[in-house]
Structure formats: structure tokens, C-alpha cells
Design a protein around this ligand. Structure first.
Ligand SMILES: C[S@@+](CC[C@H](N)C(=O)[O-])C[C@H]1O[C@@H](n2cnc3c(N)ncnc32)[C@H](O)[C@@H]1O
Length: 277
């Protein structure tokens, strides 16, 4: 079964996340998506959070937290997968950073009330059977005046759905040409992407946040650049285009127009806990 601690244990024991460490290396789609995201969260937390205590829920390999820790934030990393916490520990250790690691379920956080200035989750809420309950828990452990922030890759039409057709076509043709017929069929059968995510829309997350008393809720459909399967030269050109487009990417992420809502791949959300509660 997907989306259990065991499934994520297996995921984290077979995936070794990399993040660009060396500016001379060639940047990839993944590097730029992470870089853009990390810069955005850093700026947001610096300007809106009342302090530096952050909880990352469903931290996985904790790349965002590690980036924030290197810039002075105190991070608590929570995940229900032991292998995810191991990846988080390795991420922090390899950069000589200190973190605190908690094994726990986001639906029942084993943490005291009003403990954090920031509670963050990246790519987690969309996997949950009860995201409303998780948001209640995240708000509970937030200090008054603190910020809850999250992004998700939801089940929705976006430019990535079209890009997935391109990716499947390229991989299937490669597989057919090299005689891997079964693999070619498997990829086609897996369309549309079979990630085990829930059916919540952005407005559902906003409702959960309102119900828990968050104010100044900011919710957008974000991420204009899909993951594509491209040959080397085109991959480099695409990465250069993404990098040059950071300011336009920002504007896209702030837009509320109908076409950005259709095109955009992810949801991004934040809200502030009432200072008196
Ligand atoms: C897609 S990964 C995202 C990891 C990381 N935040 C990132 O952006 O790379 C989802 C993570 O959420 C964790 N997770 C899923 N459901 C959870 C739950 N109910 N409680 C705690 N962690 C959970 C998984 O173990 C996994 O590490």
C-alpha cells in the first residue's frame, strides 16, 4: 500500500536527494525548483514570522529546513518514516548543522501547544487522508502571531499533465527501441500519474485554515515550469530559461488569473495565527 510509513521508508531508502552544492555544476530543473522555493520561503519567513523556531512536518530529507538552518533558523524535523528522518539527519550532518528530529504523525503531533514561530510542510498535505486534522495540529503548535506555510502538488489539470505525455512518449519510444516492451507498456498504463494524492482543491485548504482561525491567508496556484524529458542541449537551454525567468516566475506565482490557475502545477499557501487566542 502507498503512503504508509513503510512505503515512505522504502522511498527514502532508494532516493538520494541531491541539491546543487557547487555553483560550477550545471543546474537542473530540480535544482532550480528547489532554489526558487527555498529563496521564497526564506524571504517570507524573514518578513512575516515573529521568530526563528520552525517545525517542518513531513520533512523527508529536509532540504528546505537545512537551507533555513544555514541562515539562522532553529529547526525541528518531524516525519513518521524512520528512513526520512535518517535522510534529514544526513542532510543536516553533512552541512554541519544542528537539528532536532521527531518521529510522529502529522495528524497527532507529539509536541506542546504554541511552541513554534513557523510551521511548514512541503509536498505532504496532498498525501494525507485528513488534511484538515493535520492543519488543526499544525496551528495548535504554532505561537500566536506565528505563520503556517505549505505547498502541495495536487491532483489537478496543469501543464505537467501535458508534460507527462511528452515524458511518457519519449521513455516509451526509448524502451521500444531497446526491446523493453513491458516497461514501455507500464509507463503508458501509469498515465495519468498514479501518485497517491487526495482530491482536495486549493479552496478546501483555505477553508481548513479559516476554520482554525488563521488570518491574512494567502493561497495561490504556482509553478509554471513542468518537468520534461529533454536531450542534453535542450535540457541546459531549459534550465537557463528557468533561471532567467525567476522574476516572471515570481509574478506568475502571485497572479490569481484563470490561466495561471489552469497552467500552474502546485498550490502554495500561508496564513497567520491570531496574536491573541
Ligand atoms: C513527498 S515527501 C516530501 C518531503 C519533503 N518535505 C520534501 O519536500 O522533500 C512526503 C513526506 O511526508 C511524510 N509523511 C507523509 N504522511 C505523513 C504523516 N501522516 N505524518 C508525518 N509524516 C508524513 C513522508 O514520510 C515523506 O517523508
Amino acid at each position: 500500500m502507498k503512503n504508509t510509513p513503510e512505503w515512505w521508508d522504502h522511498f527514502w531508502s532508494t532516493h538520494h536527494p541531491t541539491m546543487l552544492e557547487n555553483e560550477t555544476q550545471e543546474e537542473t530543473w530540480y535544482d532550480l525548483v528547489w532554489k526558487f522555493g527555498c529563496e521564497y520561503w526564506l524571504e517570507l519567513f524573514k518578513s512575516k514570522a515573529p521568530g526563528i523556531d520552525i517545525l517542518e512536518c513531513g520533512c523527508g530529507s529536509a532540504r528546505v529546513s537545512r537551507y533555513l538552518a544555514e541562515r539562522g533558523f532553529q529547526c525541528v524535523l518531524l516525519d513518521y518514516s524512520e528512513h526520512a528522518l535518517e535522510a534529514a539527519r544526513n542532510q543536516f550532518k553533512s552541512h554541519s548543522m544542528e537539528g532536532h528530529y521527531v518521529r510522529g504523525d502529522i495528524h497527532h503531533l507529539p509536541l506542546k501547544d504554541r511552541r513554534f514561530d513557523i510551521v511548514f510542510s512541503g509536498g505532504v498535505l496532498e498525501f494525507l487522508p485528513d488534511a484538515g486534522r493535520a492543519i488543526r495540529e499544525m496551528v495548535r503548535v504554532l505561537r500566536p502571531g506565528g505563520i503556517l506555510a505549505a505547498n502541495m502538488v495536487p491532483r489537478k489539470f496543469s501543464i505537467q499533465v501535458i508534460a507527462d505525455l511528452e515524458r511518457t512518449l519519449v521513455h516509451s519510444v526509448k524502451n521500444l527501441l531497446t526491446g523493453h516492451f513491458r516497461e514501455a507498456c507500464r509507463r503508458v498504463q501509469n498515465l495519468p500519474s498514479d501518485y497517491p494524492v487526495n482530491n482536495l482543491a486549493l479552496k478546501d485548504y483555505v477553508e481548513f485554515c479559516k476554520r482554525e482561525g488563521l488570518r491574512s491567508i494567502h493561497a495561490r496556484v504556482t509553478s509554471p515550469f513542468p518537468l520534461l524529458t529533454l536531450p542534453g542541449f535542450a535540457r541546459s537551454a531549459y534550465a537557463r530559461l528557468m533561471k532567467r525567468s525567476f522574476p516572471a516566475w515570481r509574478r506568475f506565482n502571485e497572479s490569481k488569473s484563470g490561466w495561471t490557475n489552469l497552467w500552474g502545477i502546485t498550490y502554495s499557501l500561508y496564513g497567520i495565527k491570531e496574536a491573541k487566542d
